[in-house]
Design a protein around this ligand. Structure first.
Ligand SMILES: NC(=O)c1ccc[n+]([C@@H]2O[C@H](COP(=O)([O-])OP(=O)(O)OC[C@H]3O[C@@H](n4cnc5c(N)ncnc54)[C@H](O)[C@@H]3O)[C@@H](O)[C@H]2O)c1
Length: 248
């Protein structure tokens, strides 16, 4: 799929990986809608249309999808970057505390992703396909924590494991409409989410990254998003983007 003149909905586009994606898609000539709970970053290109959205709220997601159709006449790609990454101790001092915290992480990261795909794909399926028979592409953000999560990441890993494992069944189901479904499993990236870690924890994380021996840069994530959009033969796969990190 060509990015130029196509329309993309990016969730979580106000910060980190989503912000880099918004910037890249806009620079490549795409129409971009940023659906995020938080206000857009100052570095957001002025052409990007922002709509305050919680990915867990079906009405708000519907409004974001409708905006793509009313403003740009269609929707060709969805990049799900909205997410939260709190640490949760399963053995909790607070009664039912771990359960509530886990529910919130799974609600945003997993159910939020599924919610956006489900609501966006319905009107997208009615669009005219392009010359390749393609109507749209969905790119979800998993994590290497789907495979090797650290202590305190059980709910986060479960949420990202869900994002990773729904990639293939979604790609299979949605093939009949000319949709592709892919996921990226990033390693450790320099974003506000990771900046919130204590400095000791982030130094230890970098220690486990073989090469390049540094955190990933958000534009490197956006570069892979672009490749997935443009390379029609990529479908049904989770790509690790992680400099060979295996978290310990
Ligand atoms: N940074 C990393 O190292 C890393 C690694 C693996 C996976 N990820 C995943 O990448 C995604 C982006 O992370 P990031 O590092 O850019 O984080 P970030 O905190 O910089 O950005 C996340 C964005 O999501 C938005 N958001 C949160 N809850 C939302 C909701 N309910 N509805 C709409 N928007 C919401 C936030 O407002 C924020 O703008 C997340 O899913 C995260 O789990 C990040």
């Amino acid at each position: 799929m060509k990015i130029r003149s196509s329309t993309f909905l990016v969730t979580g586009g106000s910060s980190g990986l989503g912000l880099a994606t918004v910037q890249r898609l806009c620079a490549e000539g795409g129409n971009v809608i940023n659906a995020d709970l938080g206000a857009p970053d100052a570095g957001t290109p002025p052409e990007v249309v922002y709509i305050k959205t919680s990915v867990t709220d079906p009405e708000q997601v519907q409004a974001a999808v409708d905006l793509a159709f009313t403003k740009f006449g269609g929707l060709h790609g969805v990049v799900n970057c909205a997410g939260i990454g709190n640490v949760v101790k399963t053995v909790s001092k607070k009664k039912f505390g771990a359960l509530e915290a886990a529910r919130q992480i799974i609600e945003v990261n997993l159910m939020g992703t599924y919610n956006v795909i489900s609501i966006a794909s319905t009107p997208m399926a009615k669009q005219e396909p392009n010359a390749d028979g393609e109507r749209g592409v969905f790119i979800n953000t998993a994590s290497v924590a789907a495979y090797d999560g650290k202590v305190g990441q059980a709910p986060y890993s479960a949420s990202k494991g869900g994002v990773a494992s729904m990639t293939l069944p979604l790609a299979r189901e949605m093939a009949q409409y000319g949709f592709r479904v892919m996921a990226i499993a990033p390693g450790a990236f320099e974003t506000p989410m990771v900046a919130r870690l204590p400095s000791k924890a982030s130094e230890e994380l970098v220690e486990t990254i073989p090469f390049p021996h540094r955190m990933g840069r958000p534009p490197e994530f956006a570069q892979l998003v672009q490749q997935i959009i443009e390379n029609t033969y990529l479908n049904g796969e989770v790509i690790r983007l992680d400099a060979a990190i295996r978290m310990t």
